[in-house]
Design a protein around this ligand. Structure first.
Ligand code: FAD
Ligand code: SF4
Length: 529
């Protein structure tokens, strides 16, 4: 094994998404020597796919030599979309930054450990500032359709707050956010393609704020390398750690190791949780038994609404990826989501919605519905661009449901404990509203085949699995994010989220990491103690 003897870091951060990026900048500001290891690639605007039919540039599937930004994971109880690359999920996300309601701060395993709502309030403001949040100035046809329905149903509707730079379309500006210390931006042109990576330098992904500023302070980012093991020196890591990693974009490269005093797990739920599960079996046996427990989603439902005629035909890619949000009831929100023109791959993967709990009856009904709608569906696929006609209704709820992640013979698997309710593919309110929305815009409601065929829901917001607790029996980390039983070892990413925020979680991951990092003392001060 290759040994980088000369370099010794204060912290190695595993993953460069929201938690990892905030940690990198704040630790560097406190004087620590930091290395970020990221398994995905470093992307420039031109590297992103023109649309999601360019599979090798869009998908992350290393076994097939696909090194894009979008990872798809299919488990028994959930199908998960997540991001890969320097900037993690920010490369592929829809930029939306809502703050959760009060309930989030007072439930789950972090409940009562701190006065979360009040303590976090200034860090939400800081997170909005750092991510370059601004209100969406343009309501596109899909947003206006939602607004009309919201008015009809007397529901609150508002434009989203998003991490996008709204200067003049395609015009280049010097750094508009950090008094010149950040990179140039260009104004958004409302092409709707944010979720395949912004090719116009208008999206404030993490490589343009936290990671850019961290690099300027000397943080090293090692892209295309995956951490596969962590060995403690001393029973509790009190003498530091050895981090083992290997090249992720090549079949033929041996493992390498680097010494560090501290480790931060920031690989997102699908990076951190499988790694911790593996380490608990190998070199970190003192980790809590709670690793992999209390995994949540936003209880989402994703319903495509494919327009077949009328005013809205071919207009649904206009705008930013998520331009508006409607409050459905005290527990639920709805957002219309869009892909850019030409991103039609989902068209091949969707089928009509069938709300029927019994597997066989559901699939018989599905076959009947597919045959019945076949002429319209074929006409749509043949003559029209799927993305330009298929806004996706994202329905999210505060209500809680949890699953477990475990190590199986063939990799990660999901499970349910006795008494646990898993997220469901069929949320009646979501289906009713999608039918209403579809009728309004003259569309057919459709879902991913995994939902109608097997009843497995999909999510882009997987959370938990390394939650906070008051002790090692109730959580993996304490209220300061320190891993129970190990020194200088922390978790800062979606897996630390210990209740259901009920809305898109990136702002919350950013704000909670800001607060956690604020509590870590500067390097020199720590040494004086
Ligand atoms: C299509 C889509 C749209 C979304 N839209 C929104 C939205 O509008 N608003 C919102 O709030 N959220 C949105 N999300 C969710 C959001 O992207 C995630 O919640 C967020 O990125 C999670 O942040 P994180 O800090 O947990 O880590 P991530 O952002 O997931 O980053 C983790 C990083 O760690 C890397 N990594 C993992 N394991 C290892 C390892 N062993 N070694 C090295 N590197 C590793 C991964 O490659 C990845 O880059 C969206 C997600 C998707 C997929
Ligand atoms: S709408 Fe287009 S230009 Fe604007 S942020 Fe999204 S991808 Fe970039």
């Amino acid at each position: 094994m290759e040994d980088s003897k000369n370099t010794k870091y204060d912290f190695i951060i595993i993953g460069s998404g929201f938690g990892g990026a905030v940690s990198a900048l704040r630790l560097a500001e406190k004087g620590y020597k930091v290395l970020v290891i990221e398994k995905g690639k470093f992307f420039k605007p031109d590297d992103f796919p023109k649309n999601n039919r360019q599979l090798t540039r869009w998908l992350w599937w290393p076994a097939l030599k696909m090194f894009g930004i979008q990872k798809l994971t299919f488990l028994r109880h959930i199908s998960v979309m997540s991001g890969v690359g320097v900037g993690g999920g920010s490369l592929v996300y829809a930029n939306t930054l809502p703050k959760p309601k009060s309930a989030f701060f007072n439930q789950g395993s972090w409940q009562g450990l701190d006065d979360w709502e009040n303590k976090l309030a200034p860090f939400y403001e800081q997170a909005w500032h750092m991510l370059g949040a601004a209100e969406n100035p343009y309501l596109a046809p899909a947003d206006l359709a939602l607004k009309e329905l919201a008015e009809e149903m007397n529901k609150a509707f508002r434009p989203t707050k998003v991490s996008v730079f709204f200067g003049k379309a395609n015009q280049v500006y010097s750094d508009p956010y950090f008094e010149g210390a950040g990179p140039e931006r260009s104004g958004c042109n409302f092409c709707g393609a944010c979720m395949t990576g912004c090719r116009y330098n208008a999206k404030n992904s993490l490589d343009k704020n936290y990671l850019y500023l961290a690099q300027a302070l000397g943080v090293t980012i090692l892209a295309e390398h995956e951490v596969i093991d962590v060995l403690p020196h001393g029973k509790h890591g009190e003498k530091g750690y050895e981090v083992i990693f290997k090249k992720s974009t090549s079949y033929f490269s041996g493992p390498k190791k680097i010494r560090t005093k501290g480790v931060i797990f920031a690989g997102g739920v699908l990076g951190t949780v499988p790694l911790l599960l593996k380490l608990k079996k190998k070199h970190l046996p003192l980790l809590s038994d709670q690793v992999g427990q209390m995994v949540r989603t936003n209880n989402e439902s994703l319903i495509f609404n494919t327009v077949y005629k009328g005013l809205y035909l071919d207009k649904m890619s206009e705008g930013i990826a998520i331009g508006s949000i409607m409050t459905f009831d005290e527990n639920s929100h709805i957002e219309p989501v869009r892909y850019g023109k030409g991103s039609s791959i989902w068209g091949a993967l969707v089928v009509p919605v069938i709300n029927e709990p019994d597997f066989w009856r559901r699939n018989l009904k599905l076959i009947y519905k597919i045959l019945k709608t076949l002429p319209v569906r074929l006409k749509l696929l043949w003559f029209h661009d799927f993305a330009s006609n298929s806004p996706v209704l994202l329905f999210m709820q505060h209500l809680d449901s949890t699953i477990q992640l475990k190590r199986g013979r063939f990799g990660l698997k999901s499970g349910l404990k006795k008494g646990e309710t898993n997220p469901t593919a069929f949320i009646p309110d979501a289906l009713d509203f999608a039918r209403k929305f579809s009728k309004h815009i003259k569309a057919i409601p459709q879902v991913l085949f995994t939902e109608s065929v097997s009843g497995i829901p999909s999510t882009a917001h997987i959370l938990g699995g390394a939650c906070m607790g008051k002790d090692i029996q109730s959580g993996v980390i304490d209220k300061n994010h320190k891993v129970f039983n190990y020194e200088q070892m922390y978790v800062f990413d979606g897996s630390m989220i210990s209740a259901n925020p009920g809305v898109n979680p990136s702002l919350t991951i950013t704000a909670i990491t800001e607060y956690g990092m604020h509590k870590i003392p500067p390097k020199h001060k720590k040494q004086n103690h």
